[in-house]
Design a protein around this ligand. Structure first.
Ligand SMILES: [Zn+2]
Length: 445
């Protein structure tokens, strides 16, 4: 409680100058004591010009540094007679209330995923996840209620332990840092089948899991997501307790086996996106008869971005491709949305009536099926354009593929980024950078 309490100076006779908190703009609300404290100065009122309630400026200058002097001068003293009063800073009026006290306790918890926040989580959906091991559900519960033994939580009870995140050593290890904001985790989330990017620096674990479950295929995404976080936690423990260096590949493959094995054991049958999750690695798959497939991808550099689209028929034969280079900084999600638009443009130029646009940005595929207000404002105009284009085809589908099944589009987007190229290539003459990859895909058909 102490760190939320500060005296309001009235007549200065009740506040101990060196020991009580009374300067609200200083750390701990206290001045730093000089090496020898003048014995005649004990109360705050000793800093007034005698007989007045005005700060003794020259005395302040002899006792405190400039910063502290300014902080003290900033304190306004009521002219009329007022006793000193203790303030409870978390409330606007300075009065203590149980509600505000409860809130400060929650805010002080190592994770910002407070109990109040997690109480709004759709628990029933978590407990009833069909293809998720009970130990993983329990782990998710511990994440959401903040009872996982991350270092900052242990540090509240044990002195002298390391608090830093064992992956990055840049921040203290809280639940939100370890499972969302650490660079290592962000790379992992993006490299996973979720292709998930964290855009909000204040995102909490409750937000993240709630987001996942609110997606149209929420059960699968949540199941995969918490399995991934569980494997991340195991890898973190291996690092902390056995000095075993973490590997993203092994976390991803452990996640895939966890998801697959459990669904196999429980006899659960999952729907479409499951095969993306199941194998982890995918080959490019040709579309069904009479359809074309256009693979798309976005790439983002430090100051520019690009995207690509590559069209092939059901036999795996190349029909054309295009790139678009943008010399402006762009968000990865924007580049991916732009890539889907380029895919549609490619389909139009080839006069296709039946086609599949396939990319490795799962979020974009979801947003295309969302109603307007659910789409993030940054990419809303592009997603609306994609939605509008649907009616100009007899059949057009948008689907997600693991990055490994999208290597041609990926390579072409990187090529466009590197050489700043916006162009189209038609018929049997693809750019040389993708020739080998096209042949490999063709051979695997
Ligand atoms: Zn970290």
């Amino acid at each position: 409680m102490r760190k939320h309490i500060c005296w309001m100076v009235g007549d200065g006779t009740d506040i101990r100058l060196w020991d009580d908190p009374w300067i609200p703009t200083l750390p701990n609300f206290k001045p730093s004591p000089p090496s020898t404290q003048p014995v005649y100065l004990f109360w705050v009122c000793d800093l007034f010009i005698p007989g007045t309630k005005t700060w003794n400026f020259s005395l302040l200058q002899t006792l405190f540094n400039d910063f502290e002097v300014q902080a003290i001068l900033h304190i306004k003293i009521p002219a009329s007679s007022h006793r000193d009063r203790l303030l409870w800073l978390p409330t606007k009026n300075g009065c203590f209330s149980t509600k505000s006290f409860y809130k400060t306790i929650q805010d002080d918890l190592p994770s910002s995923s407070s109990c109040a926040q997690s109480s709004s989580f759709p628990w029933q959906k978590l407990w009833s996840l069909p293809s998720c091991a009970p130990k993983v559900k329990m782990f998710a519960w511990r994440l959401l209620t903040g009872v996982l033994a991350v270092r900052s939580a242990i540090g509240r009870f044990v002195d002298g332990i390391a608090l830093e995140c064992p992956f990055c050593y840049l921040h203290s290890e809280s639940i939100d840092h370890l499972f969302i904001h650490c660079h290592f985790t962000q790379h992992l989330l993006f490299a996973s089948s979720l292709s998930f990017r964290i855009e909000d620096p204040n995102l909490t674990i409750t937000d993240l899991l709630s987001n996942w479950i609110s997606l149209p295929n929420g059960e699968e995404v949540l199941c995969y997501g918490i399995c991934l976080l569980w494997c991340l936690w195991k890898s973190r423990n291996d690092l902390v307790f056995s000095r075993k260096h973490p590997s993203m590949e092994s976390i991803l493959s452990a996640t895939n086996s966890l998801v697959t094995n459990y669904s196999y054991v429980s006899g659960d049958v999952c729907t479409a996106p499951r095969d993306c999750i199941q194998s982890g690695l995918q080959h490019w798959m040709p579309p069904i008869d009479s359809y074309f497939k256009i693979n798309v991808d976005g790439a983002v550099g430090k100051t520019s971005s690009s995207c690509s689209a590559v069209a092939r028929d059901f036999q795996g034969v190349f029909h054309g491709c295009g790139t678009l280079y943008n010399a402006v900084i762009c968000d990865p999600l924007e580049a991916e949305a732009q890539a889907f638009l380029l895919g549609i443009e490619c389909a139009r130029r080839l006069n296709l009536s039946h086609c599949i646009i396939e990319g490795d940005a799962q979020l974009i595929v979801h947003y295309i099926s969302y109603s307007e207000q659910l789409i993030p404002w940054k990419i809303r105009p592009m997603i609306l354009n994609i939605q509008d284009s649907i009616s100009s085809f007899l059949d057009i589908k948008f689907q997600f593929v693991h990055r490994s099944g999208n290597s041609v589009a990926h390579e072409l987007a990187q090529f466009a980024l590197k050489f700043k190229i916006s162009d189209w290539w038609w018929s049997s003459d693809p750019p040389s950078c993708i020739v080998n990859l096209l042949s490999a895909d063709f051979a695997s058909v």
